[in-house]
Each structure stands twice: as C-alpha cells, then as structure tokens.
Design a protein around this ligand. Structure first.
Ligand code: PEP
Ligand code: MN
Length: 263
C-alpha cells in the first residue's frame, strides 16, 4: 500500500481545513511539551499569526529518563483542545500507548507515533484501525525500508492516511543531536506516494540549526516541516536547546515564504 507502483499520484492527506502533501507546504509548530494553559495558548496564537498550519505539542512524552517531566497527559490534551478552539489550528500530538487510542481519536486531529515507537507493531496496528491521520516519525536507527514497512503496518489495517517524518538518524557525529538524512526525502518520494515532512528541531538538536535545515528540507522536496517553538526556551521543560522563540519563528516563516508555497 505504501508503494508508488500501485498509486502513482502523490497522496494528499486532509486534516480539517488543512492538508499535507500537494502544492502547499504544511507547517506544524509548537512546544515539545504542553506545560501550561498560558504557555500553549500564547505559542499557538503567535505561530498562527506567523502562518503555521498545525499546532504540535506533546502531552504524553517519551523521555530518556523516567525522572524527567513526562508530560501533562490528559490535562495536556485538554489544553491542546483549548488552543485549537482559540486559533482553529488542528492539533498533532504523540500517542505512546494503545490504551489511549480512543481518547486520541476523539480529541486530536493527527496522531503522532514517535521515533521510539516506530516499530511498536501492536501500536501501529491499533492506529491502523482508526481513520484519523497518523504522523509516523522515523526511528533513530531505522532504515528507509523499515520506515516504509512501519507505515505498511498502519495501512494494512485500513488507515491509509499516513504522513512520514524524517527527524534525523543516529550517526557517529556528536555535535548534532542526530544527523538529518536529507537523501531520505527524495528516496521516499521515489518509492512511495505518501507525504514526507522534516523535523529540523530533533534532527539538529540546536535552535540555530533549525533555519538552515528547514531550507534544505524544502530544497529536497519535503511536503512540510515540524518545528519546536517555545516562548521561554531557557526554561522549557523539554528540548529548550532546540526550540526557537515565536519571534524567530516569525522571521523563519518570512524567509520560507520567499522560497516555498506556504499560504
Ligand atoms: C517530539 O516530536 O517531541 C519527539 C519526541 O520526537 P521524536 O519521536 O522524533 O524523538
Ligand atoms: Mn521534542
């Protein structure tokens, strides 16, 4: 089902009044984690003003340490819904356990499957039984073939609304958090009809790398971007070092509007 041989035309995934794939670049932006009402509403309003098309924000967080902030969980989902009500932006948030599938189907617009769960086959099959769009992030040491087969797990259950996301893979390089695999975008586009977006925030792991990596992603044909934006990066509960401020996001969007079709 992922194979372009059987579906030559690019898939376009509709989400409320937005879409991913096709001519317009989809811009998903927001904090790594939802932290408070004030935080998520402020950021949502500012990214909307700058031209973002989706609000991202984690409520259930997959953290390396069990002692790190794990997210606001159900309360985080409520705050995301409030932000959607105020801005109209569709919400994208990560599902970590099949236990919450029904709640997510009810509450969110796009279910994110994180890099760490890319090959959680039971979870993939569960979201495959829903009919809402799934944003599938590439595992940090997954090949392109493995990413496409993970998408196949979702699609084989009936849900063909899959958006792929390149977010960097682990290499010997230590300076950046991951290494953005730019060639993955044209390779995936050759093999599959599914839309592919790029997450320059998790790829580089440093806020000042977001702009150059975002531009590179557009140059190689990405259908969209996922960018971490925080109103107070220095005090963010998660991923502050790679988050840009709403002001920097605005200037990034102004730059991108000159090279891509965003509005
Ligand atoms: C995220 O988007 O906040 C996230 C945890 O990403 P990844 O699964 O790509 O590490
Ligand atoms: Mn993050």
């Amino acid at each position: 089902k992922v194979n372009r041989l059987f579906q030559p035309l690019d898939s376009v995934i509709s989400v409320r009044d937005q879409s991913v794939g096709g001519k317009k670049l989809a811009i998903m932006a927001g904090p790594c984690s939802v932290e408070s009402e004030e935080q998520i509403i402020t950021i949502a309003e500012q990214i909307k003003e700058s031209g973002a098309s989706f609000l991202r924000g984690g409520a259930f967080k997959p953290r390396t340490s069990p002692y790190s902030f794990q997210g606001l969980k159900e309360d985080g989902l409520e705050l995301l819904k409030l932000a959607r009500e105020k801005t109209g932006l569709p919400i994208v948030t990560e599902l970590m356990s099949a236990e919450y599938v029904e709640k997510f189907v009810e509450d969110v617009d796009v279910i994110q499957i994180g890099a760490r769960n890319m090959q959680n086959f039971d979870l993939l099959k569960e979201v495959g039984k829903t009919n809402i769009p799934i944003l599938l992030k590439r595992g940090m040491s997954a090949t392109i073939e493995e990413l496409l087969m993970a998408a196949e797990y979702i699609m084989s259950e009936g849900n063909e609304k899959v958006i792929l996301c390149e977010r960097g893979v682990r290499t010997f390089e230590q300076y950046t958090r991951n290494t953005l695999d730019l060639s993955a975008i044209p390779v995936i586009k050759k093999l599959s009809h599914l839309p592919v977006i790029v997450d320059p925030s998790h790829a580089g792991g440093l806020w000042w790398l977001v702009e150059p990596l975002a531009k590179a992603a557009i140059a190689v044909g990405a259908d969209g971007l996922m960018i971490e934006v925080h109103n107070d990066p220095a005090n963010a509960k998660c991923d502050g070092q790679q988050s840009i401020t709403p002001e920097r996001f605005k200037s990034l969007m102004d730059t991108l509007k000159a090279i891509a079709n965003i509005e």
